[in-house]
Ligand binder design. Sequence first.
Ligand SMILES: [Zn+2]
Length: 279
Amino acid sequence: MNILTFDIEEWYHFDIFSTEDKWDSYESRIDLYLPRVLDRLDEKDFKATFFCLGWIARKYPKIIKQIAKRGHEIGCHTDKHLFVKEMTPESFNEDLQMALNSLESLIGEKVISFRAPAFTITADVTWAFEVLAENGILNDSSIFPMTRSFGGFPSYVEAKPSIILYNDVIIKEFPMNTGKILGQNFVFSGGGYFRLFPYKTIKKLMNKSDYNITYLHMRDFDFKQQRLRHLSMMRYFKSYYGIKGTFSKYEKLMNDFKWVSVEEAVGLIDWGKVRKVIL
Ligand SMILES: [Zn+2]
């Protein structure tokens, strides 16, 4: 099973130093690659899940409507791309409700899938699952089962669909999948990792795994985007490496594999047989 997901945010939302008061002064680039991405999906008749910011729904309602109209699942990626691990249960609840209201009022449907910015549901903030469930979220894709810059949940050993049990809460979890490169486990199917690894390697690892899930952003395709010079050298490299080749890699992914959305994947999995993870 290959699950195709995108995080719908602007090119600057990943930057921890970019605060909301500056966002209106930046150039909007969200819609440059999206039409092409959606066209490829239509050609192949694949559906994907788009985890969208509530802020984007208010600022560019046509974009969210367009994605929904073409039959894709609209998921939630918080309201303003704040890190869950830096919020309290109260502030996360407030942010989530704002995002869900904005998204749901546009598409006229309940949003049931969620992904945290930068995979920031870590082992320290498992209360987030309770907040998600209270707001009607049934499916989560926030677990990155390895260490990473801002988030990651390395103690979550299952890199496959699983059921999270937290107090009385039950959530279907779609963690990022991993593959072995030179004996080391890596996530390879999204963001900087997708840009970094050669397509040959990605294809080989995907063929070996019975569960793959991507996480792509429009900025992963956009080689003309403004470069943020204040990033550390490492972060700069991770943020911009390989952008030029990403769209052709995406096209190869579309040609070489069959893809489903999170919503479709839920219906394909025998949930009685997956691992239950008690948090
Ligand atoms: Zn994001």
